[in-house]
Design a protein around this ligand. Structure first.
Ligand code: FAD
Length: 547
């Protein structure tokens, strides 16, 4: 293989900066140049909402590494405000424009890494280009938003899009004292999550003063008579506001690759193999611009996350310098903090499984404390685990809660990456001291519930799927009288052995309690007496999530 003497990287943030820095660690001999059309490289896009919200006070805190640091520490030449205009694949050269002087010049490469990221979607709606309608991708974007908020003394904001970035922006604008309305086309916030998991998120946002308008998109923007903006929604409403933030998703920035004739996927992402190489043997591509494979479902999709972009940059550099490393695919592990609530997910959700026609999955719900109940301050984690009912392979998990959520989802993320099963979750040895967890960690409990189902010891039932049979509430009479499901019989667990004969043997018994634990004991008790019995997963607390 010819020695790589000149490596050129397009885009110097998550994927590009990782590729360049890794390349230097593998080759001291190679000349490495990074071009970025923006004024900064290696900045913290993920921190931008918090800079808008004044949680991060100093703009300079967002700069992770400067061009000078790249030069002095890594001997990497970084040229900001330089846009790569085209790729001459035959000559192995790129055409670069210096955005200050407008001068264009050609730069040769032996290996080229494309990490141009994604751009915010701006649909061609009337008024979308009005002053006061913003997207957030870059430090200058965040600066402009801050300046607008100050200049207009903004009191109201409309955020279009209720996904991770939209909701982070909603929280941060509320943190600055604005009255915030989120408009979301889907009929739930956080559209990648399953609706019942997203419901407590919506409740929590409302409790914190965010107005939610789900189920209707935005149709147009206009200037209002009072000098603000009007946002018209598809249901015919008009919202008055001082600022609009558009956060309705991103599109891969793959124009450069397309014009160079590189293969693109159906959704416009650059196609790469597991070494992150494109269909040109001298060009690699990483980050938001590439199409990736979902490691659980095998689907080809676009997943704009910083972790995969960083890993892909490293893998591209490895392969350029002859190391055999490969990208394992994505599983969409993501987390978001909103007014003290954590929402996290990994792997596939039920919506995606149903969309793919998968009929072999099962679901377990649980609501354990983030640490043992006897130590003060335990907070519930509401978790949904998805697994293959045939072999127990873990497919995905979603959870919300105030404490300890990300840690559990991270453990399950690793389990998914290792192709683990619910039997592995049962056996996982995890940290425990009273203030951190429990001897049976929520991850173990999730594994036990699911594994007992796969073994046939503890058949689970789903609240939304009960059609016939008998509902049996095994909580205390006091709990039953406080709140119960219409039509349910009440036989407290403690009386069940004596009163089991009151239950019919020719119908399915659907058992429930508060969170599923007493329901599990009751299910075992009744199953051993020959009843056809199922435990309603997660008990009445799960039922609440569906209401
Ligand atoms: P980017 O980091 O976007 O970098 C692309 C760079 O390429 C840009 O600087 C651009 O100027 C440059 N460029 C493009 N075209 C050219 C060209 N022709 N010539 C020269 N330069 C070019 N992910 C998470 O995992 N967690 C989070 O909490 C999170 N929060 C986010 C919050 C916000 C507001 C945003 C915008 C993103 C967030 N992300 C988050 C996503 C994450 O930032 C991206 O997935 C990641 O930055 C992608 O890296 P990348 O290298 O592909 O692209």
């Amino acid at each position: 293989m010819k020695a790589i003497e000149r490596l050129v990287v397009v885009g110097g943030v998550a994927g590009g900066a990782s590729a360049a820095a890794r390349a230097r660690r593998l080759s001291e001999a190679c000349a490495i140049t990074v071009f970025d059309k923006g004024p900064y490289v290696s900045f913290a896009n993920c921190g931008l909402p918090y800079f808008v919200g004044d949680v991060i006070r100093e703009e300079k805190s967002l700069i992770v590494a400067s061009p000078e640091l790249f030069r002095d520490r890594f001997n990497i030449e970084v040229r900001t405000r330089h846009e790569v205009m085209s790729i001459d694949r035959a000559a192995r050269e790129i055409v670069v424009r210096d955005l200050e002087s407008e001068r264009e010049f050609r730069v040769p490469y032996d290996a080229l890494v494309l990490s141009p990221g994604a751009r915010a979607i701006r649909p061609p709606l009337p008024g979308i280009d009005l002053p006061g309608v913003f997207v957030l991708r870059t430090i200058p974007d965040s600066r402009r938003i801050r300046e607008w908020l100050q200049e207009k003394d903004a009191k109201r904001a409309v955020v279009v899009g209720g996904g991770f970035i939209g909701l982070e922006m909603a929280e941060n604008l509320a943190h600055r004292g604005l009255e915030v309305t989120v408009v979301e086309l889907a009929d739930q916030v956080m559209p990648p999550l399953d609706p019942e998991v997203a419901k407590p998120v919506a409740d929590h946002l409302r409790e914190n003063g965010i107005k939610l308008r789900t189920g209707h998109g935005v149709e147009s923007f206009a200037e209002s008579a009072t000098g603000g903006l009007e946002v018209r929604t598809a249901d015919g409403d008009t919202l008055e506001t001082d600022i609009v933030i558009l956060a309705i998703g991103v599109q891969p920035e793959s124009g450069l690759a397309r014009e160079a004739g590189l293969a693109l996927g159906e959704r416009g992402g650059i196609q790469v193999d597991r070494s992150m190489k494109t269909d040109d043997p001298n060009i690699w591509a990483v980050g938001d611009a590439v199409e990736v494979i979902d490691s659980v479902s095998g689907a080809r999709l676009q997943v704009p996350l910083a972790g995969p972009a960083n890993r892909q940059g490293r893998i591209a550099a490895d392969n350029i310098f002859g190391r055999d490393s490969s990208f394992r695919g994505v599983q969409g592990t993501a987390v978001c903090g909103l007014f003290g609530l954590t929402v996290a997910a990994t792997g596939v959700g039920e919506k995606a499984l149903r969309r793919d026609g998968n009929e072999n999955y099962e679901v377990a719900y649980l609501h354990p404390g983030h640490h043992v109940g006897y130590y003060p301050g335990a907070k519930p984690i509401h978790m949904k685990l998805l697994f293959d009912r045939r072999d127990g392979r873990v497919l995905g998990a979603q959870a919300t809660g105030e404490e300890g959520v990300a840690r559990r989802i991270d453990v399950i993320a690793m389990a998914i990456q290792m192709n683990a099963t619910v039997f592995d979750l049962e056996e996982a040895e995890l940290c425990y001291a009273p203030q951190f967890g429990a001897a049976k960690d929520p991850v173990n409990i999730a594994g036990m519930i699911a594994a007992n189902h796969v073994r046939g010891d503890h058949p689970l039932a789903r609240w939304e799927w009960i059609e016939d049979g008998v509902l049996v509430d095994v909580r205390s009479q006091a709990e039953y009288e406080c709140e119960s499901i219409p039509g349910a019989l009440n036989i407290p667990l403690e009386e069940l052995r004596e009163r089991a004969d009151e239950l019919p043997r020719d119908q399915t018994l659907h058992i429930y309690c508060k969170v599923g634990q007493r329901g599990y004991y009751a299910t075992r008790l009744l199953a051993q007496r020959g009843f056809d019995v199922r435990n309603l997963s997660g008990g009445i607390q799960t039922w609440e999530m569906f209401r």
